[in-house]
Design a protein around this ligand. Structure first.
Ligand code: NAP
Length: 256
């Protein structure tokens, strides 16, 4: 039995995942760091062991590969080494022009955002419900609340699933929270081939990973089903829900 709670974070090699690892380690949590870039995970694990004296395990896996996903699901379900917090964070974007995208890329996108989140949540729930406690955090996006190609669609699945699962499993000790960031400084947009500033998004719309993760962890600790970090995005999404659908669709074209 672990003496301190352990968090497993997918997509820990970069951006929000790295920030989840830092903030959870600073609170004393042991870590299992998952992504494909082993060297980046090793560097992060080493730095967090030194800075916070926590256990940090590296589990390299491609979550769109069935064998990689199996390995991570087994680690999540391992009753001998319990995972108290699962953070389903790994993700990437595609061009919003669905018809022009390679269908193999679209399939990987669906497999990662929906398939891996579903599989790892299922593995975690089995173990957490048996213990009577645990926390699942699913990183969605404000894109869940607007028409935005298959990216909005997969994030909509994450929010809908998290709302339902939190209502059903929260009373049994396992909370499920969808964190919905707006535009956040990470490597996400560069990986889409966009240089900083190429987004066409005004500077005030950008968030820092530190704020997104801090507010998201706070809302998860409160057992909220949905967390929208920052007042400006809470107001924006609230207002957007009141707009007629065609206007919302026009506004949702801003940025990438
Ligand atoms: P990021 O800096 O590009 O990090 C993405 C992470 O996902 C990396 O650690 C990457 O690791 C991992 N990943 C990608 N494909 C993977 C795969 N097949 N298997 C395992 N890991 C994989 O982007 P980020 O912004 O932090 O993204 C984190 C989450 O936030 C995503 O779900 C994204 O949709 C969401 N989000 C981002 C923003 C934003 O503006 N940045 C806004 C709303 C929501 P490897 O390459 O090492 O595998």
């Amino acid at each position: 039995m672990a003496t301190t709670p352990t968090a497993l974070i997918t997509g820990a090699s970069s951006g929000l995942g790295t920030e989840f690892a830092r903030q959870l380690a600073s609170r004393g949590a042991g870590l299992v760091l998952v992504a494909r870039d082993t060297a980046a995970l090793d560097r992060l694990a080493g730095a967090l062991r030194v800075a916070h004296g926590v256990d940090a395990e590296v589990l390299s896996a491609d979550l769109t590969d069935p064998a990689g996903l199996d390995a991570v699901a087994s680690r999540v379900a391992d009753a001998e080494r319990p995972i108290e917090v699962l953070v389903n964070n790994a993700g990437f974007g595609l061009d919003l022009d669905f018809a022009a995208n390679d269908i193999a890329d679209e399939q990987r996108h669906l497999d990662l955002h929906v398939g891996a989140t579903m599989r790892l949540s299922h593995a975690a729930l089995g173990a957490m419900l048996a213990r009577g406690h645990g926390r699942i955090i699913n990183v969605a996006s404000v894109a869940a609340f607007m028409p935005r190609g298959t990216y909005g669609a997969v994030k909509g699945w994450v929010v809908s699933f998290s709302r339902w699962a939190n209502a059903v499993y929260g009373p049994r000790g396992v909370t499920v929270t969808a964190i919905c960031p707006g535009f956040t400084h990470t490597n996400f947009h560069e990986r889409l081939g966009l240089a900083p500033g190429e987004e066409g998004v005004p500077p005030f719309m950008w968030l820092d990973a530190d704020q997104v993760v801090r507010e998201g962890l706070r809302d998860a600790a409160r057992g909220k089903a949905v967390s929208i970090p920052s007042l400006r995005y809470k107001v924006l999404i609230g207002a957007m829900r009141l707009l007629p659908a065609p206007l919302a669709a026009r506004l949702a074209k801003t940025g990438r």
